[in-house]
Design a protein around this ligand. Structure first.
Ligand code: NAD
Length: 359
């Protein structure tokens, strides 16, 4: 098959790790007889330098003509003193908004080889494989009224509004059920229905939608309990679905179960074109030295194959190749430990690509 992929190399370590992401996609292309056409788009600091704006109009137009967007990361000290709307990060937010992605997916998967990098005990994090589906464009971050107002007595009051329309809940819950169906068929819905009306509607809607997914086991959990259960016994979770603020907090908590930030991908989907990126930033402190860990970028490419292009086998092949190379003891400096073999960014990409071809 033939796929058109928007490529955003970004700033800092972005171009270095994207090179390895593309290398891995090319290996998948060779193995499975696909052709990936790469269309380079610009956003962030590199776009400021080239076009004088963090998000050229052309960028969105081109992305919308492709099947998926593979993004690296943007930002760095060079552009830090620009006004907010001219900063590289404004480009990233602009893309997210233009793509209208209502779901953010963040896996928390243990690489058994790296378990000792976790702050939790080995037996707690071993074999965990969770995906958090967070609602991204609704809830308290967007609800109105919002602002800081003056009360009649002159005191200030800060207001945010947590509201969810039923249709907004339905679409994210359905997407989470669809993902659960392709995995271990277990969905945990997070709310605070004992206190919040918006959560009561969330819970009622989950129960209603669950009637269409009788093959998926559903349970409800209050957000405070979920925060505790994630560090107590994370293996109980398969897919977690949550509103914007609860998902924001829980996905950060879950991502740290597994150790290094250089390993974690995320996806924003639900709109016309999905966006796939590492969780980490542009790491300007190590840029240009060839030592960045490309695995988050490579895992983002795997997520793109799975959720953006619907190629499950290809996604699994990438993930298994990463595990294989880690099992063989190869490490970039950020995940290095005694007795392992330290390699650079490019070598990590080479070895993963080779493992794909040989698989
Ligand atoms: P960061 O994630 O870039 O770096 C944090 C630390 O983790 C650094 O020590 C860095 O060297 C290390 N690190 C990150 N990725 C790594 C990798 N792949 N391999 C090895 N080590 C890695 O966060 P920061 O330093 O707070 O931010 C740097 C810049 O990135 C800022 O301009 C920030 O705004 C931007 N940023 C962008 C995104 C994005 O594009 N999605 C996300 C977060 C931060």
């Amino acid at each position: 098959m033939e796929f058109n992929i928007s490529i955003m190399k970004g700033d800092g370590i972005g171009p270095e790790i994207m090179k390895e992401g593309i290398k891995v996609l090319d290996a998948i292309g060779e193995k499975f007889n696909h052709k990936f056409n790469y269309i380079e788009v610009y956003a962030g600091g590199c776009a400021i330098d080239k076009f004088g704006t963090p998000l050229p109009e052309e960028t969105i137009k081109r992305i919308l003509e492709t099947d998926a967007l593979l993004f690296s990361s943007v930002g760095g000290p060079k552009w830090e003193n620009l006004p907010h709307d001219k900063k590289p990060e404004a480009g990233l937010l602009g893309i997210r908004k233009a793509l209208n992605a209502f779901a953010n997916l963040r896996p928390a998967k243990a690489f058994n080889e790296l378990i000792d990098a976790s702050t939790l005990k080995r037996e707690v994090v071993k074999d965990i494989d969770i995906i958090i589906v967070r609602e991204l464009i609704g809830g308290i971050y967007f609800g109105k009224p919002k602002g800081i107002f003056n009360l009649p007595n002159g005191e200030k009051i800060g207001i945010n509004t947590l509201s969810y329309r039923k249709s907004e809940i339905e679409r994210i819950v359905r997407l989470a059920f669809d993902i659960a169906r392709k995995r271990r068929k277990k969905l945990t819905s997070i709310d605070k229905a004992n206190i919040l009306e918006s959560s009561q509607l969330w819970r009622d809607t989950v129960n209603e939608v669950s009637k269409e997914y009788t093959d998926v086991e559903v349970n409800h959990m209050y957000v405070d309990n979920a925060a505790m259960q994630l560090v107590r016994y994370p293996k109980q979770f398969d897919v977690i679905v949550a509103g914007n603020i609860f998902g924001d907090i829980l996905s950060d908590e879950a991502s740290m179960l597994t150790g290094s930030i250089g390993m974690l991908p995320s996806a924003s989907i639900g709109g016309p074109v999905g966006m796939f990126e590492p969780v980490h930033g542009s790491a300007p402190d190590i840029a240009g030295r060839g030592i960045a860990n490309p695995i988050a970028q490579i895992e983002a490419a795997a997520m793109m194959l799975r959720y953006g292009l619907n190629r499950e086998l290809e996604a699994q092949t990438v993930e298994r190749a990463v595990e294989f190379v880690l099992e063989k003891g190869y490490r970039t400096p950020d995940i290095m430990s005694a007795g392992k073999k330290q390699i650079n960014t490019q070598k990590m990409g080479d070895l993963i690509a080779e493992a794909i071809i040989r698989a």
